[in-house]
Design a binder for this molecule. Structure first.
Ligand SMILES: *[C@@H]1O[C@H](CO)[C@@H](O)[C@H](O)[C@H]1NC(C)=O
Ligand SMILES: *[C@@H]1O[C@H](CO)[C@@H](O)[C@H](O)[C@H]1NC(C)=O
Ligand SMILES: *[C@@H]1O[C@H](CO)[C@@H](O)[C@H](O)[C@H]1NC(C)=O
Ligand SMILES: *[C@@H]1O[C@H](CO)[C@@H](O)[C@H](O)[C@H]1NC(C)=O
Ligand SMILES: *[C@@H]1O[C@H](CO)[C@@H](O)[C@H](O)[C@H]1NC(C)=O
Ligand SMILES: *[C@@H]1O[C@H](CO)[C@@H](O)[C@H](O)[C@H]1NC(C)=O
Ligand SMILES: *[C@@H]1O[C@H](CO)[C@@H](O)[C@H](O)[C@H]1NC(C)=O
Ligand SMILES: *[C@@H]1O[C@H](CO)[C@@H](O)[C@H](O)[C@H]1NC(C)=O
Ligand SMILES: *[C@@H]1O[C@H](CO)[C@@H](O)[C@H](O)[C@H]1NC(C)=O
Ligand SMILES: *[C@@H]1O[C@H](CO)[C@@H](O)[C@H](O)[C@H]1NC(C)=O
Ligand SMILES: *[C@@H]1O[C@H](CO)[C@@H](O)[C@H](O)[C@H]1NC(C)=O
Ligand SMILES: *[C@@H]1O[C@H](CO)[C@@H](O)[C@H](O)[C@H]1NC(C)=O
Length: 792
């Protein structure tokens, strides 16, 4: 997996060829390695047999030079351990944690030149004193552990170091200027940590550096002007930092440059035209800055790019023609610019794999030629002005994995040939004017995410339903008829949204068999029946909206067992890998879905960042009757409880006061009677309360948030409520002294788009892992995911 430098490979091969059996490894080195093995076994409390098949050959009875993962020098006078390949000792599924102290025995092996600790989940600070012993190191790979703290200064004494890889850890601090002492470095990879402060200008001393990757940190200030002195650099990646200032024009001196990634910083000024003289450049990412491009119409680039990203670069007018000169282009991202006009003919001819043009003002219909080749992997044209029907030959592009055409004005039927796209994982056609009464059948594929919401689809929801689908969004259409039993074939479904349609029939119990469901929105249909009981089988459910239907019967007491509303699962994100190999990929965060739920009288939008915190229960506008079950009081993750506009009667259960996260409680328009329990004063997060139009009596509780619930309309039309909130004094309050006012709490999240809809956007991260250089070893599969999780 890890690639050796050719020199080292020769060394090691040489060693195998000239193997001298007479000498074995020094006893102290063998003991050190056995000690290391023992401390791993200790730390993981696993038995030798289950754990370390990977260190099985390490036994005290054999020569350590013959062990797996160990290489020794080939000197004739003595043999010493020079290389340790300790990557992936721990499997992803092993629950164990290693601390950096397990490395201690290794620091006795001073002859080490090569140490690979890739992907072991080791935690703690890097032991600087220990590494000070390893003065011969040329190769050090710490990728994908959980190291914290700053880079120990002792590392800068390792003057033979050629390869230093610390990516995907939690290091922080600055990058010390002593980095410039490591003059033999060829690769320096510090990406995906928490480094901050400036890039030291001493970095220019690294004359042999070929790869410099500092992306995904918090580096700030300007890119050092002397970066142009890195004369050997091939791959320069500074993505996702907070770098300011202009792009130093000295970059154009970097004649060996093949990959330049500067996207998502705070760079400004003009894109230096000298770039276009770097003949070897293949990958160029400039988007997500505040760069300008003074329409260099006559530019004749000297390079032929395969990857170009100019997201948010202020491009105006037509799609720039010079792009057509890059005959080798495979990836093009021009999203979030102000491009207009139609997709040019030359662009279609280029037969690219990845085309991302979302958030522009492009028009016209899609040329059939776009789909007449099978290279296309991703087509993202979201939020433009495209119109017309999709070409019938769309299925010819049978390598498409993600097709995002949402937010346009496409119309007509979805061509049947789309069923032939066997790799499709994400299909977003939402917010268009698609119609027709048949959904695609996807005989040959099974998309994970399907969003057809906000269109004009009609008829019964009938398709063969797809067993890999995790999100199915069909809201805001004109679907009618019964729900099909085959819905329950979707064994991985987490999100089902069919709100604002005309679905009829009983609330089907097969819905309750989809045990993976976290979000179920069937609001605003014509569902009938009293079959709510089985919903309590959906223990992962945390958002349930059945509002505006014709449901009858009681609210089942079993709802109190909806575990997802007690402790909401805290991970809800999607990561789709698109592409095959590589690293330094391109991450496209797309907002793929809106979930509309009622929030008080207005409808508003929530930001996705907080989505993991949401738990909502909305049964309003039905004909439910009976008491409010006291068990609802256990759903203490609920942010919203809306059971208004039903026929509920009886008293309010005291247990409602246990809903400590509740922000909105709407019990209005029922037949509830008795007094309001004092326990409601314990709802410290409450900002919206409506108990109007009931038969409630007695004193409105005071204290905490209840003191701020002083909108009289929230209490209107009851049978004799009193209290300071409505300025009606209660008989029992003999000397009514106004309690001190408590400031009204702000809601816990920031609402957006007040008054348009209570919108939950689902962001799907589409990772396009694109091979940008051949130096970096393959990325471990889960890093990006973990890393993003951490980042949130
Ligand atoms: C293993 O753990 C025990 C106690 O936790 C400790 O006494 C012992 O020294 C450890 N052995 C090694 C090899 O780390
Ligand atoms: C450095 O190596 C020596 C033996 O050569 C050893 O005694 C010492 O503990 C090592 N230092 C660290 C910090 O491990
Ligand atoms: C780095 O090199 C400078 C001289 O070039 C030297 O003074 C300094 O001690 C070195 N620092 C380290 C940490 O080796
Ligand atoms: C960096 O390049 C500049 C000229 O561009 C030169 O004056 C300077 O000496 C170089 N610095 C190093 C350390 O090579
Ligand atoms: C790019 O090269 C052309 C000729 O090869 C030259 O005229 C131009 O000045 C160069 N541009 C920059 C910015 O160096
Ligand atoms: C972007 O740059 C322009 C000038 O080029 C400046 O007016 C504007 O304020 C900058 N915007 C941001 C967000 O920095
Ligand atoms: C997009 O283009 C249409 C005409 O095609 C124009 O009316 C509209 O103003 C443009 N919108 C933006 C944001 O430029
Ligand atoms: C969308 O297309 C329809 C015809 O299909 C047209 O009447 C309508 O004006 C278009 N809307 C926009 C916003 O372009
Ligand atoms: C789907 O593919 C098959 C064979 O590859 C072809 O015969 C069929 O016509 C295609 N269907 C559509 C609707 O294009
Ligand atoms: C219910 O859906 C219809 C369209 O099917 C829409 O017109 C109406 O506003 C929706 N009602 C609510 C309460 O959202
Ligand atoms: C709900 O779960 C119970 C017990 O686990 C089971 O008997 C019942 O069939 C389930 N109901 C549905 C509709 O799946
Ligand atoms: C909730 O589940 C527990 C056991 O899991 C059961 O004892 C209890 O009766 C259930 N509560 C309701 C209201 O169904």
């Amino acid at each position: 997996m890890a690639k050796l430098s050719p020199l080292l490979l020769l060394l090691i091969l040489g060693h195998v060829i000239f193997f001298t059996p007479t000498l074995s490894c020094p006893e102290y080195q063998k003991q050190a390695l056995l000690h290391f093995k023992a401390s791993i076994i200790n730390a993981t409390s696993s038995t030798e047999s289950t754990l370390l098949n990977r260190l099985q050959s390490w036994s005290s009875s054999s020569d350590c030079c013959n062990w797996d993962r160990v290489s020794c020098s080939s000197s004739f006078s003595s043999r010493t351990v020079i290389a340790l390949y300790l990557e992936d000792l721990i499997l992803q599924k092993d629950p164990m944690v290693l601390t950096s102290t397990i490395l201690t025995p290794l620091f006795r092996i001073k002859s080490l030149t090569y140490l690979d600790l890739y992907h072991n989940r080791i935690q703690g600070e890097l032991p600087g004193d220990g590494f000070a012993n390893l003065t011969k190191l040329t190769y050090l790979d710490l990728t994908g552990n959980d190291f914290i703290g700053s880079i120990p200064s002792q590392l800068f004494n390792l003057r033979y170091l050629q390869y230093l890889n610390m990516r995907y850890n939690s290091f922080h601090g600055n990058i010390p200027k002593e980095i410039g002492n490591l003059t033999k470095l060829q690769e320096l990879c510090l990406q995906d940590n928490n480094f901050f402060d400036e890039i030291p200008s001493s970095i220019q001393n690294l004359k042999e550096l070929k790869v410099l990757d500092l992306s995904h940190n918090s580096l700030s200030m300007e890119i050092p002007i002397d970066i142009g002195n890195l004369s050997s650099i091939v791959n320069l990646c500074l993505t996702d930092n907070k770098l300011t200032g202009i792009i130093p024009s000295s970059i154009q001196k970097l004649t060996n440059l093949e990959t330049l990634q500067l996207e998502n910083n705070l760079l400004n000024g003009e894109i230096p035209s000298g770039f276009f003289n770097i003949t070897g450049l293949k990958t160029l990412f400039l988007g997500g800055n505040n760069l300008t491009w003074n329409n260099k119409a006559n530019i004749v680039p000297k390079f032929a790019l395969s990857v170009l990203s100019m997201k948010s670069c202020g491009l105006k007018g037509k799609i720039p023609y010079w792009i057509s000169m890059h005959k080798t282009l495979e990836f093009l991202d021009l999203s979030d610019n102000q491009l207009e006009g139609m997709l040019p003919h030359w662009l279609v001819e280029m037969k690219m794999q990845y085309i991302i043009m979302s958030d522009n003002n492009l028009t016209g219909s899609l040329p059939p030629g776009l789909f007449d080749y099978s290279n296309l992997v991703l087509l993202c044209l979201s939020r433009n002005n495209f119109h017309g029907e999709l070409p019938n030959n769309i299925g010819n592009a049978n390598s498409i994995m993600a097709l995002m055409l949402d937010g346009n004005n496409f119309s007509g039927k979805v061509p049947e040939s789309i069923n032939n796209i066997s790799y499709l994982v994400l299909l977003d056609l939402s917010n268009n004017k698609f119609s027709g009464n048949t959904l695609p059948n996807f005989w040959y594929s099974s998309p994970e995410i399907i969003d057809f919401s906000s269109n004009e689809f009609s008829g019964e929801i009938r398709t063969n339903f797809f067993d890999k689908t995790r999100i199915l969004a069909l809201g805001k259409n004109k679907f009618s008829g019964y729900l099909s039993r085959t819905l329950a074939n979707m064994r991985k479904l987490e999100y089902l949204d069919i709100h604002d349609n005309k679905i009829t029939g009983e609330l089907p119990d097969f819905i309750c068999q989809i045990s993976t469901l976290q979000i179920l929105n069937l609001g605003n249909n014509s569902l009938q029946g009293s079959n709510l009981d089985c919903i309590s089988n959906l223990t992962s459910l945390r958002i349930l909206d059945l509002s505006s239907n014709h449901l009858v019967g009681e609210i089942p007491a079993k709802f109190g067992n909806l575990t997802g509303m007690i402790e909401t699962p805290d991970v809800f994100s999607y990561f789709l890998d698109i592409g095959i190999n590589g690293i330094n990929g391109f991450i496209l965060d797309t907002k793929i879905h809106d979930l509309i739920v009622n929030w008080e009288k207005s409808k508003q939008g929530l930001s996705f960042d907080n989505l993991k915190l949401y738990s909502l229960l909305d049964l309003s506008m039905n004909q439910l009757s009976g008491d409010i079950p006291a068990s609802l009081g256990s759903l203490n993750a609920l942010k919203l409880l809306n059971i208004s506009f039903n026929n509920l009667y009886g008293r309010l259960p005291t247990s409602l006061g246990y809903l400590e996260n509740l922000e909105s409680l709407d019990l209005s328009h029922n037949n509830l009677s008795g007094s309001i329990p004092q326990s409601l004063a314990k709802l410290q997060q409450l900002t919206i309360l409506d108990i109007s139009n009931n038969k409630l009596t007695g004193k409105i509780p005071i204290g905490c948030q209840m003191d701020t619930m002083d909108d009289p309309s929230s209490y209107a039309n009851n049978c004799g409520l009193c209290g300071m909130q409505i300025q009606v004094s209660c008989p029992e309050d003999l000397s009514p002294t106004k309690p001190p006012r408590v400031e009204k709490k702000e809601t816990w999240f920031s609402w957006e788009g007040v008054g348009i809809g209570y919108v939950i956007g689902f962001f799907v991260t589409v990772g396009i892992l694109y091979l940008t250089n051949s130096f970096v070893p393959t990325k471990p599969p889960n890093y990006r995911r973990q890393q993003r999780g951490r980042r949130v």
